[in-house]
Design a binder for this molecule. Structure first.
Ligand SMILES: Cc1ncc(COP(=O)(O)O)c(C=O)c1O
Length: 372
């Protein structure tokens, strides 16, 4: 039925890496020849370039997006006994980072149009033990940062942003990661800006916070052998920094293509009734994923497979129903929007390299086999 039609991957990293092969190998050669493999100039240069591209004052590269969020939380002062309000509609790392500091994630439900944290429910979840709010800009759509800042100010709470999926995303013209004390990014290979391995980064407008992050991630060092806090080895690898430096030059272009592709998808799928991501007018979303809701996900998945079209489900089991977090005591029914959406979402191919013809092909299958 599909004849000789080529497959459409959910993410075409192969095309991206073919295009950048010469530039990336030359950057790697530079690191190799420099002998500066740990905390060398490549990491510093990338930190500066990433911060500049986002209009953020400071950045600290680290080993991955999970350690980035952990470092951000620890540097902000989250610790044992604290409650941290966040979402269950995210990747497990958001909760792991909170739990490993001895704090407790308190899950609240999401808004149905953006799948982001609902600020009204944040207000209702505040207790005397609440120390912070961790909004997750899911799929690259910024959360309602104005409302969250108001709540944080009123209740003297910290705001720590999980920007793992939101490189270059903006709220009211300002990059995400700058609305609270500190924010974290991931460069997992499939992210909008991805390393060839693990890498992450912490951003902050505040000098002291970023100094603390840089100390924590490098054994709590004041100088080479003077350690004034108990830290970790969570440094960014120089090879990854060099690769990310090359890719960063293309991030604006890739992000623009993602937005164009999302608009093409929307133009096909919205008019026939599919629920798509609905970003508010004051945000610039970056479409890490293009997600729709369907009532017959398994059936559509089979049809996509039969037509050689890649897809994913981000995420089928929300965190409050994960076995590893059962001790938190949530049951099905606790977060109705999160649960309903988790049962219905499907991620369609999305990346800069996707063509209009490919999107047309995906939409034909979705419209024929998917039910809104
Ligand atoms: C929302 C969110 N938070 C945190 C992470 C953790 O990042 P990493 O996989 O780089 O540790 C990811 C990505 O995997 C993510 O999507």
């Amino acid at each position: 039925m599909t004849g000789d039609l080529p497959p459409i991957p959910i993410l075409n990293l192969e095309a991206q890496h073919k295009r950048l092969r010469t530039e990336i190998l030359s950057a790697l050669e530079d690191v190799y020849d420099s002998m500066a493999y740990i905390q060398g100039r490549h990491v510093g240069v990338f930190e500066e370039q990433f911060a500049a591209a986002h209009g953020i004052a400071h950045a600290a590269g680290c080993s991955n997006g999970t350690t980035a969020l952990s470092l951000a939380l620890e540097a902000a002062g989250i610790g044992p006994g604290d409650e941290v309000i966040t979402v269950a509609y995210t990747f497990i790392a958001t909760a792991e980072s909170i739990l490993h500091l001895g704090a407790t994630p308190i899950f609240v439900d999401i808004e149905p149009g953006t799948y982001n944290i609902d600020p009204d429910l944040v207000r209702q979840a505040i207790t005397p033990r609440t120390k912070a709010i961790v909004p997750v800009h899911i799929y690259g759509t910024p959360c309602e940062m104005g409302a969250l800042q108001d709540i944080a100010r009123e209740h003297e709470l910290l705001l720590v942003e999980d920007c793992a999926q939101a490189h270059l995303a903006k709220y009211d013209g300002k990059a995400v990661g700058t609305f609270g004390q500190v924010g974290s990014f991931s460069f997992y290979p499939g992210k909008n800006l991805g390393a060839c391995g693990d890498a992450g980064l912490v951003v902050s407008e505040d000098d002291d916070t970023i100094i603390r992050v840089k100390k924590l991630l490098d054994h709590g060092r004041e100088t080479k052998y003077l350690h004034d806090i108990v830290g970790y080895n969570r440094r960014m690898d120089a090879m990854q920094a060099a690769i990310l430096g090359v890719k960063l030059r293309y991030l604006e272009e890739w992000t623009a293509r993602r937005k164009e592709n999302a608009a093409i998808y929307d133009s096909h799928l919205k008019p026939v009734g599919f629920q798509v991501i609905e970003p508010p007018a004051n945000v610039v979303p970056v479409y890490h994923l293009y997600v729709i809701q369907v009532s017959n996900r398994d059936e559509l998945a089979e049809a996509l497979k039969a037509n050689k079209i890649g897809f994913g489900v981000h995420y089928p089991i929300p965190l409050h129903l994960q076995p590893s977090l059962a001790q938190l005591g949530y049951e099905r029914g606790a977060l109705p929007v999160t649960e309903q959406v988790s049962d219905r979402v499907i991620s369609l191919p999305m990346c800069a390299e996707l063509t209009r013809e490919q999107i047309d092909r995906v939409c034909d299958v979705v419209i024929k086999h998917g039910r809104p």
